[in-house]
Every structure is written in structure tokens, then in C-alpha cells.
Design a protein around this ligand. Structure first.
Ligand code: ZN
Length: 281
């Protein structure tokens, strides 16, 4: 059984009203007719592929200056409701909009206390806020550090349209790691095309994890594999980026192309153990 740390609980109707996600569908060459219809379908697909648990990611862009992200927010209450349908299998990471910093902090506190979220997700390119923005981001970092909650950061390039990747450069997280040494961070998509920077930051900060989502296993860079088989074997996490990559496709590709190249025990770490250590589940 495995734990997918990077799932978007997006359904077809939600995607169809979001131009930036439709551009991602084109990027991933997705047949829009096959997009998931419901959270029930996500759970069925997880069952079919032996995925026991998944982190479902929130998102909030209600105060973002970028009009393309007007329909992009998911209410944390709705996210919690989806998680409840998974009966413990779907772990919600809240979304808040750092463009409204006071409200964001209040909402994150509420989501932790009332909704039982297990972490925070931020997509700084969608929000047009730099990862190291002291006024907009640091209060959220302080709260998550204090609560022991991980933050999953989108890092590196994005398939989403209508936004800029400079906000999500993983290099900006180096100073965050220095300022908040106990903050658990996940750099999604291993920060590519700034992968070497993301790896360097993980190597100097034991609380930093990387996820491999958004990539078919056969395309993962071989230099990443040497870290996965080596010094970062307890800090690289399985993630799909569902529904951009579906579980069945990811697993088939993993079994055929990546698993045979992993040292003993590393597949287990990647697919389950590292996420369990991080999430405490
Ligand atoms: Zn994603």
C-alpha cells in the first residue's frame, strides 16, 4: 500500500471553469472527457492501484490580483467534507490566500482547530507572492512550525497557465529554512528546473522533503535517482499530481521503469514510509 502526497481533488466541472487548469490539461495531453467526476471516483482509482491514503490539496486565490484565478479557490470546509468521504484515507492540506495575510492566518488557525487539516498547501505562482515574502508568508510559517504541520509548496515550473514561475523558485526557501529550522517543508516537483538548488537545500536542512509528482517515473532525472538511492532516501515522497497523472498510469510506469533501479528498501520509503514519518500516520 502507498501514500500519495500530491492529489488535487478536482472534478471535471471544476476544471472546465478554470482556464489555467485547462492549459495544464493541454500540457499533460489529457482527454477532458476522462476527467474525474467525483471524489468517489478518486477513491475507486486509489483502490484499483493500491493507494491507501492521499493528501488532498486545498487552494485559495480569492485575494489574488491575477483575474485568471478567480474561480480557482476551494473552500476549506468543502475540502474537509471531501476528506470525510474518504473515512481517514484522504488527508486535507488547507489552502489560504497570503495576499490577505491577517485573514489567511485566521483561516489557517480555524482550519487546524475546527476542520482538523493535516498541513498547508501554497501555490505561490497562482497567488503571485514570493515564497520568502516576510509580510505575507512568514506568519503562516511561524504558525505551521509551532503546530508541527507540514507545508507543501509548489516549487519550480508549473503546467498551469497565466502565472509566473519566478514566485516559486525553491532558492527562496533556503532563507525560510534558516529562519524556521523546525518547519517541515515539502518542495513539490523537486523544484525542477531548479532541481539542484532544491536538492542542495534538502541536503542542508533535515526538515525538507521533495515530492516526485507531476512526472511519469520513466522521465525522472537520473541525478535525482542517485539522491533517492542515496542521501535523500528518507526524504523523497511519492506523489502523482492527480488528476493530471492518474494512479493507474503512474503505477504501471513505476513498476516497469523505476522500481527495478531502486536499492532494497528504497521503493518502500518512497511509496509509503517517508510520508508516514512526515505525516505521523
Ligand atoms: Zn499539483
Amino acid at each position: 500500500m502507498s501514500v500519495d502526497v500530491h492529489v488535487h481533488p478536482w472534478t471535471r466541472p471544476f476544471i472546465l471553469k478554470n482556464a489555467p487548469i485547462l492549459k495544464a490539461c493541454r500540457f499533460f495531453n489529457i482527454d477532458k472527457r476522462l476527467l474525474p467526476k467525483s471524489i468517489g471516483q478518486l477513491l475507486e482509482e486509489m483502490d484499483e492501484s493500491g493507494v491507501e491514503k492521499a493528501v488532498i490539496l486545498g487552494q485559495d486565490t480569492h485575494a489574488t490580483p491575477n483575474p485568471s484565478f478567480r474561480n480557482y479557490s476551494i473552500r476549506n470546509d468543502d475540502l474537509a467534507e471531501m476528506a470525510a468521504r474518504g473515512r481517514g484515507r484522504l488527508l486535507p492540506f488547507a489552502g489560504v490566500d497570503p495576499n490577505a495575510p491577517t485573514q489567511a492566518l485566521k483561516e489557517l488557525k480555524r482550519a487546524i482547530g475546527k476542520l482538523g487539516v493535516r498541513g498547508l498547501k501554497v501555490h505561490n505562482s497562482a497567488n503571485s507572492v514570493y515564497l520568502n515574502d516576510k509580510r505575507k508568508m512568514y506568519p503562516l510559517y511561524a504558525l505551521c512550525e509551532e503546530e508541527g504541520l507540514p507545508i507543501l509548496f509548489h516549487t519550480g515550473t508549473t503546467a498551469l497557465g497565466d502565472c509566473e514561475i519566478r514566485y516559486s523558485n525553491p532558492e527562496l526557501l533556503d532563507e525560510v529554512g534558516q529562519e524556521f529550522p523546525d518547519l517541515k517543508m515539502i518542495m513539490a516537483h523537486f523544484g525542477w528546473p531548479w532541481m539542484d538548488v532544491a536538492i542542495a537545500i534538502a541536503m542542508r536542512n533535515p526538515k525538507v522533503f521533495l515530492d516526485v509528482s507531476g512526472w511519469k517515473p520513466k522521465y525522472l532525472p537520473s541525478s535525482l535517482l542517485s539522491y533517492l538511492n542515496g542521501p535523500l532516501q528518507s526524504r523523497i515522497l511519492f506523489g502523482t499530481d492527480y488528476p493530471m497523472i492518474r494512479h493507474r498510469d503512474w503505477m504501471r510506469d513505476f513498476n516497469e521503469t523505476l522500481k527495478p533501479r531502486l536499492k532494497p528498501g528504497v521503493a518502500e520509503n518512497l511509496m509509503r514510509r517517508n510520508a508516514e514519518n512526515l505525516l505521523g500516520s
